[in-house]
Design a protein around this ligand. Structure first.
Ligand code: DX5
Ligand code: ZN
Length: 220
């Protein structure tokens, strides 16, 4: 089985020490760097935008995994490609023409991801799964770090894994929200490929070691 990947979420980092935290991730066993972009409309919070992303992509050695929590994401596909994003994930709930959006992300040279809110059923991806490189299952309601993990996520992973297998797709499954060493193993066993972790990593006493521990547990 392919090794499970860890993607620390910058949202929980210390923004006054951004370069230090980026260096910590660079030197860690993290696989991807998860970047949450919030517009205050799609979600009730505003995170950070293009200048911050530009500073991150300049310094990071990890794959840049951008999670857009914004309305009408098509407006910014080229911008995020130019800023150095490797994966661009849009929300299912924010796209009127999801298939077109996925094609545009790929045409801009990035991998295309689709995020599902906790209330959005996996079956809605039945007709697009073969066009999706990554499905991000929200395991909290999007907008904030540090929330409690929603247990129904395990059912959604099982349903999504079945859909991917049935359709012969090669889509990766990413889990975002409330991830820790408490649930990492069970998420991996259920079929998750990538685990995002914000607070659990950055609020810990030794973030680099926490990333290593999370990776060990997910792959145990
Ligand atoms: C929430 C974001 C997450 C967030 C996760 O809307 O999409 O990426 O940073 O934070 P934790 O790991 O603290 O739940
Ligand atoms: Zn996220």
């Amino acid at each position: 089985m392919a090794s499970k990947l860890i993607a620390p979420s910058l949202l929980a980092a210390d923004f006054a020490n951004l370069q230090r935290d980026i260096e910590m991730v660079n030197q860690s066993e993290a696989d991807w760097f998860h970047i949450d972009i919030m517009d205050g409309v799609f979600v009730p919070n505003i995170s950070y935008g293009m200048p911050v992303l530009k500073a991150i992509t300049k310094h990071t050695k990890k794959l840049v995994d951008v999670h857009l929590m914004i309305v009408d994401p098509d407006r910014y596909i080229k911008t995020f490609a130019d800023l150095g994003s490797n994966i661009l994930t849009v929300h299912y709930e924010a796209c009127n023409h999801l298939h077109r959006t996925l094609q545009a992300i790929k045409a801009a040279g990035m991998k295309a991801g689709v995020a599902l809110n906790p209330h959005t059923n996996v079956s809605l991806l039945e007709d697009t799964i073969n066009d999706i490189d990554l499905v991000l299952i929200m395991s909290v309601n999007p907008g904030f770090g540090g929330q409690s993990f929603i247990e129904n996520t395990y059912n959604k992973i099982t349903q999504l894994r079945d859909l991917i297998t049935r359709k012969g797709a090669s889509t990766l499954i990413e889990i975002d929200g409330g991830v820790s060493t408490e649930n990492a193993k069970q998420l991996a066993v259920a079929g998750a490929d990538v685990l995002v972790a914000g607070s659990f990593v950055f609020k810990s006493a030794a973030p680099k070691e926490t990333i290593k521990l999370l990776k060990t547990v997910a792959n145990s």
